[in-house]
Design a protein around this ligand. Structure first.
Ligand code: DAT
Ligand code: MG
Length: 134
């Protein structure tokens, strides 16, 4: 394992529903360190860049509309193996399939409002941190 940074985002549904504190507690409870954190309204350009790999898929337009629909909490989080650790804490993409005890499993119901985003690799993390913080 190596000390890594990852990019996380609490999505509009979870911010609107007042789940920020409980989600952040789970990150801190495992020993991950929050290095940067900001409440922000994403621009359309940031949303499109973050989800470029999904352009053309049936859910793309609604995904972009959703992610800019209200404030999000964007974060840089660090720790040993932080990318994989955060993906594990988040659980499967679809909350209906995410295990109980995971953030998506416990705080979400449907894939179109699935509570959190987390980088899927160190390369994605580097790109996303630059996109959202630099
Ligand atoms: P993840 O967010 O777990 O990395 P992803 O990169 O495959 O998942 O998809 C990005 C986001 O797009 C996901 O968080 C929610 C949305 N999404 C994915 N598949 C979907 C689907 N079949 N229907 C609706 N939204 C979907
Ligand atoms: Mg992804």
């Amino acid at each position: 394992m190596t000390l890594e940074q990852t990019f996380l985002m609490i999505k509009p549904d979870a911010v609107a529903a007042g789940k920020i504190g409980r989600i952040i507690s789970r990150l801190e409870d495992t020993g991950l360190k929050i290095e940067r954190m900001e409440l922000a309204q994403l621009t359309f350009e940031q949303a499109a860049a973050n989800y470029a790999e999904h352009k053309g898929k049936p859910f793309y337009d609604s995904l972009i509309a959703y992610i800019v629909s209200g404030p999000v909490v964007k974060m840089v989080v660090s720790g040993e193996g932080a990318v994989a650790a955060c993906r594990k804490l988040m659980g499967a993409t679809d909350p209906a399939e995410a295990a109980p005890g995971t953030i998506r499993g416990d705080f979400g119901l449907t894939v179109d409002a699935n509570v959190m985003h987390g980088s899927d690799s160190s390369a994605s993390a580097e790109r996303e941190i630059a996109l959202f913080f630099e």
